[in-house]
Structure formats: C-alpha cells, structure tokens
Design a protein around this ligand. Structure first.
Ligand SMILES: Cc1cc2nc3c(=O)[nH]c(=O)nc-3n(C[C@H](O)[C@H](O)[C@H](O)COP(=O)(O)OP(=O)(O)OC[C@H]3O[C@@H](n4cnc5c(N)ncnc54)[C@H](O)[C@@H]3O)c2cc1C
Length: 316
C-alpha cells in the first residue's frame, strides 16, 4: 500500500490535535507516515503510532524550524521524490498552506487547501471544501503530480489504530535559499486555559447581543471545555480580541459544535463557521438570519439562556 505523508502539527514538540485527525484520514488513503520536523519527535512517537503512523520520519535539526517554512517545504519535497507517496496531508493553517504551496511548486503537483473532508476515490483522494464565503460546497481532486492536501482542523474524529511507529531520523539538505529568513525571537501567547479557537471541538461565540459582557459566553464555554469566539461587531467594539474573530475576515472554524450567542448570522460571519457539524444559536429575534442555518435555535435573551444552559451542563 502506498505511503501517505502527514506533516505533524506541533508546538515545540507537543503534538497538536489535528495530527491525530490527519493520521485518521491518511488511513483511508494508504499507509500513514508521520513527518515530524523540529526537536521532540522521540517523545511524540507513541502518540503518533497510536493513531496509526506506520513510520515516523523525523528531522530534529533545529535549522529546519528556525527559518520560517521554506526548509519544511524542502524536506517534504525530498521525501516526496524519494517515497512517491499517494498523498501529502498538511494542516490547513497559514503556515501549512504556505508549506503546501511551496511543495506543490517544487514537485509540480496540484494543491488543495482548506479541505474539510478527504475520502479515497477511484483515482486518488477526493476532498470537500466550503468556498465563496461558504455559499458552495465543492468536491475536488488533484489531477497532476502528488496530491498535496491542506486539511482543516476537526475534519475527522481521531480514531486510534496500532501503527508500527518505526522511527527514522532523516538526513536532509536545507539549501541556503531556504535559510534566507530567520526567526530571531518567539514569545508564546499567554495561555487562556481554553483550547485554540481553530482546533477546538466546541466553540461558543458572542456577538453584539452581548452588549460587551462576555461573562455568560465565557462561563458557558468553560463548562463545555470550549474555545470562545466573537463576531466582528464584537471585536470592532473592542469587547473581545481580534484574534477571536470568526468569519470571512477572521478565523475559519469547523468544530463539532458551534454556539452563536447574540449573533445575527451575517454572510461574512457564516463564512467562518457554517461547516461546523452542529450549530446552535441563541438570539432574542426570531427573524434573525442565523436561525436559517441552525440545528437547534433558542429564541431568547442570552443573559437568561446561557446561565441556565451552564447550570444544566454542570449538573450533568
Ligand atoms: C468585508 C466584510 C468582512 C466582514 N467580516 C466579518 C467576519 O469575519 N466576521 C463577522 O462576524 N462579521 C464580519 N463582517 C461584519 C458582518 O457583516 C456583520 O456586521 C457582523 O457579523 C455582525 O455582528 P453581530 O451578529 O454580532 O451583530 P448584529 O448583526 O448587530 O447582531 C446582533 C444580534 O444579537 C441579537 N441580540 C441582541 N441582544 C440580545 C440578547 N440579549 N440575547 C440574545 N440575542 C440578542 C440581535 O437580535 C441581533 O440578531 C464583515 C463585513 C464586511 C463588509
């Protein structure tokens, strides 16, 4: 069976959730091989094997991660040439998409970004994406070279499988060109104790309807172990950080559950959340457009509904 390379998403060696999701997807397409670039691969071996990685290709040379994304694209290109994989799966983050684009140029292959699903087709992987601000769902496949697919977080529920996890440290050549820019300082973001917005399985977002009081949104989010998002109206008002904005010009999220509280459902907001698996809205206006796309809608005041919902969750 052909190998499927999965670029492991990690922060300083700590494997992030999308890696397990992408290994699960890779098993539909062939034999998953994890590619771990940067220090810390040894400690990740068990986890990657648990999600089905038959092989783990590691590059622990710090130069591979000190020079933005160019070295990672070079390493993957060398692997593609050597292993002729059935596909390469890369996290669909900003840096992942840049790695994918560089890899596609180097290997003269087609690239698909923002896939929310990937399935095996008769002649290669078939992906699903939500495009044009979410107004179309399309299926696509790569028709040239090695399919390079950037996969959004939460595109599959991680399933465990016993992979062999055979560890191989690669000796790679990183060109001087790929080392042209260097990260000179990195400061980790202050931890909120909540999951990363784009990776969270549950997102609770607040909009203008909060009137600037996000306390009930945060309390409900914490009861569910969810990330907190916000509409642009809320972030433009200075009520919540811009990094939490969900939508066309904010973050694109696709969690298992998305709760919109006091958000009207403008097309630009929908563009960032309508691929969520289950959508719940709380809005006091029964005519609010958000109700057109919800699985469950509550017509009511979020300041009454959210505390009750929090109590119900905690009382479970
Ligand atoms: C180019 C462009 C890009 C944009 N990008 C984005 C984007 O990325 N993300 C984004 O979100 N927007 C974006 N917008 C803005 C978007 O068009 C809307 O203006 C915005 O989403 C509205 O935010 P809102 O739903 O919080 O506010 P509103 O539209 O004002 O809706 C507030 C809702 O809260 C309800 N409400 C009020 N009080 C309560 C209460 N106590 N309890 C329950 N419900 C209550 C109201 O009934 C109303 O439906 C963009 C706009 C443009 C032009």
């Amino acid at each position: 069976m052909a190998e499927v390379l999965v670029l492991v998403d990690h922060a300083n060696g700590e494997v992030k959730k999308p890696a397990a999701e992408m290994l699960t997807i890779a098993r539909r397409l062939g034999e998953p091989s994890a590619v771990f670039i940067g220090p810390g691969a040894e400690t990740a071996t068990d986890l990657l094997a648990r999600y089905g990685a038959e092989k783990i290709y590691a590059v622990s040379d710090p130069a591979a991660v000190e020079h933005l994304v160019a070295p990672q694209a070079e390493i993957l290109a060398q692997l593609v040439q050597e292993k002729q994989p059935a596909a390469v799966l890369i996290p669909s983050s900003a840096s992942g998409k840049e790695i994918g684009a560089r890899l596609a140029v180097k290997t003269e292959s087609g690239l698909i970004t923002d896939a929310v699903d990937v399935q095996a087709g008769p002649d290669g992987p078939v992906t699903t994406q939500s495009v044009f601000a979410g107004s179309y769902t399309v299926q696509a496949k790569v028709t040239k070279g090695t399919p390079i697919i950037c996969v959004k977080p939460n595109s599959a529920a991680p399933e465990q499988a016993n992979g062999a996890g055979a560890f191989e440290e690669l000796s790679v050549t990183i060109s001087d060109g790929a080392k042209a820019a260097k990260v000179t300082a990195a400061e980790p973001k202050k931890a909120t104790g909540r999951p990363e917005l784009t990776e969270a399985a549950i997102v609770v977002s607040g909009g203008r309807g909060t009137g600037g009081d996000f306390a009930p949104v945060e309390t409900f989010a914490d009861a569910l172990g969810a990330a907190v998002g916000a509409s642009r109206a809320a972030v433009d008002a200075g009520w919540y950080p811009h990094t939490s904005q969900v939508g066309q010009t904010g973050k694109q999220v696709s969690p298992q559950l998305y709760v919109a509280a006091g958000i009207s459902g403008a097309i630009q907001h929908r563009a960032g959340m309508q691929t969520s698996k289950t959508i719940v809205a709380i809005n006091k206006d029964e005519e609010a457009p958000i109700f057109e796309l919800v699985d469950f809608g509550v017509v009511g005041d979020l300041f009454q509904v959210l505390p009750q919902a929090t109590e119900a969750v905690k009382g479970k």
